[in-house]
Design a binder for this molecule. Structure first.
Ligand code: ZN
Length: 147
């Protein structure tokens, strides 16, 4: 069980050494999906458009008739960077690590780490799939690994 430290003013710091997402009203279903190891994205019921980040209307046809749907979790690297310096102490033990923009098969682009990849051999358009890491009792992060 993670140790929690109350910082006051509503801030709570977990013993997890890296920054954690703070779900908004709009993104809570996404993070709840991650907890169940499902990648959920808004999908329009009228035109079929997927999008992210979530918003009240479809960005393609402005319909409000949309729902959270489970995405395939597969995509390709759109862009990436390999970090060799410590910008946050929590990442110190993982250098070098990869931060990538992944374009999902459904269209939206997500930003996260590519793990198990060997940063030397990564390139754009490389196929990847989502993986989930339960990092605290309340938070599951999505990351990607090469297929
Ligand atoms: Zn639409």
């Amino acid at each position: 069980m993670p140790i929690r430290v109350d910082l006051g003013k509503g801030g709570v710091m977990s013993a997890y050494p890296k920054p954690l997402p703070v779900p908004s009203v709009e993104s809570k279903p996404f993070w709840d999906g991650c907890k169940r190891h499902e990648l959920l994205l808004p999908c329009c019921g009228k035109c079929g458009q997927w999008w992210f980040p979530p918003g009240p209307t479809c960005p393609n046809c402005w319909s409000t008739e949309w729902e959270w749907k489970k995405a395939s979790g597969r995509g390709k690297i759109y862009s990436f960077g390999v970090y060799h310096r410590v910008y946050h102490k929590g990442f110190e033990s993982e250098l070098p690590y990869v931060l990538a923009v992944v374009e999902l098969d459904e269209g939206p682009r997500l930003v996260s780490n590519v793990i198990d990849g060997g940063s030397k051999s990564l390139e754009c358009d490389l196929p990847v799939e989502v993986v989930f890491e339960d990092v605290t009792e309340d938070t599951t992060l999505y990351k990607f690994r090469r297929l």
